[in-house]
Design a protein around this ligand. Structure first.
Ligand code: UT7
Length: 341
């Protein structure tokens, strides 16, 4: 036996065991003011916008959403979700070395909402940044935090999705203003010797930027272009159903698992028809789809961590179960994360 052969074999036998990341706490927060469809429909009617609760429920499954007061920002909502996740994890904010906030409705152009949450948590020094991938923001942020933990760069991460989409809605456009709500969700991700996050895949295709966008920007102290959300609902719908199925199979393939191994599908909460269509393609019953869209509406990057926290706190999701998180949204962006909880 050549010593050269032995020399190449030995380092792998002594290689450090791989680092994984696990969710060790979740939290969420909804602003107190709940708007039922009936309340929103009546408020819109006073402003000459005609819609109905029946249309909203039939086309989307949404029955209510929460809107933040005008002086409440994404960092305010994200702070409470983060505090609740830290409390659930039994971890002090000072022990976190990374804060990522997924948001498309930040408090300011800069500094980042994550920096403002860090400041409100009263801690200093951890890395903190925002991640902008619209409704896919949380699966993007979770994937980035997982990758940073796996490299050994950080040990504990706060991953937050927080949105005040009510700020960018055009309440004269009935095709969008009835769909969205405000809220925040968060998880604490911690290094572990067992996964945790089993596999994830992220994608984007900027050629579809125009089907879901908020095109306004600033120049010379003035808003340039329309600063409210625009969506070609049917185009988004068709693309979403296809890419969510593709990416689900990609992560399952990467993990060497079948769809029937998924205990809970935790999809982005935009439309019950998209969520149930995704489950149907995976041959999962609707009873295995975590559903909060009826009560929250579409809260963009906050929708998945809100749904996740609600399902964990209600006892739906149990330790040891397998979860598939899936996001899709503006960009066009999409992604999935497979988790052993
Ligand atoms: O979070 C990012 C991902 N976003 C999504 O996944 C959203 C994807 N898209 C959707 O969920 C759906 O396309 C919508 C819920 C946005 C719309 O549902 P739809 O079944 O695609 O309706 P539609 O756009 O085809 O509109 C059907 C009809 C139209 O009337 P006509 O042209 O058939 O006479 C609309 O004008 O419904 C009308 N309509 C409404 N009627 C009452 C549109 N919005 C409303 C409304 N109330 N709020």
């Amino acid at each position: 036996m050549s010593s050269r052969h032995e020399a190449t074999a030995q380092p792998s036998a002594c290689a450090p065991s791989p680092i994984y990341s696990r969710i060790v706490g979740t939290g969420s927060y909804l602003p107190p003011k709940r708007w039922s469809n009936e309340e929103l429909v009546a408020w819109l009617a006073e402003r000459g916008v005609e819609t109905s609760s029946e249309w909203i429920v039939e086309r989307t499954g949404i029955q209510a959403r929460h809107f933040a007061d005008p002086d409440v920002t994404a960092s305010d909502l994200g702070l409470v979700a983060a505090q609740r996740a830290l409390e659930a994890a039994g971890i002090a904010a000072s022990d976190v070395d990374l804060i990522i906030c997924a948001t498309s409705t930040p408090d300011m152009v800069f500094p980042s909402t994550a920096c403002l949450i860090q400041q409100k948590l009263g801690v200093h020094g951890s890395a903190a940044f925002d991640l902008q991938a619209v409704c896919s923001g949380f699966v993007y942020a979770l994937t980035v935090a997982d990758a940073m933990i796996r490299t050994g760069a950080v040990k504990r991460a706060l991953v937050i999705g927080s949105e005040v989409f009510s700020r960018i809605l055009d309440f004269k456009d009935r095709t969008t203003c009835v769909l969205f709500g405000d809220g925040a969700g968060a998880v604490v991700l911690q290094a572990s010797d067992r996964p945790g996050i089993v596999a994830s895949r992220l994608h984007a295709d900027g050629q579809h930027a125009n089907i879901l966008c908020t095109p306004g920007t600033f120049r010379g102290g003035e808003v340039l272009g329309d600063p409210t959300l625009k969506m070609d609902g049917q185009a988004v719908f068709k693309l979403a159903v296809n890419v969510l199925d593709q990416v689900a199979h990609e992560v399952l393939g990467a993990a060497g698992r079948q769809a029937d191994s998924i205990d809970w599908l935790v999809p982005h909460q935009a439309n019950i028809r998209i969520m149930q269509g995704t489950a149907r393609k995976l041959k999962l019953p609707n009873s295995r789809v975590v559903t909060t869209v009826d009560q929250h509406g579409n809260t963009s990057a906050a929708s998945i961590p809100l749904a996740l926290d609600q399902a964990i706190r209600s006892g739906q999701i149990q330790p040891g179960q397998s979860l598939l998180l899936e996001g899709v949204g503006g960009g066009f962006t999409w992604g999935a994360v497979l988790i052993d909880y």
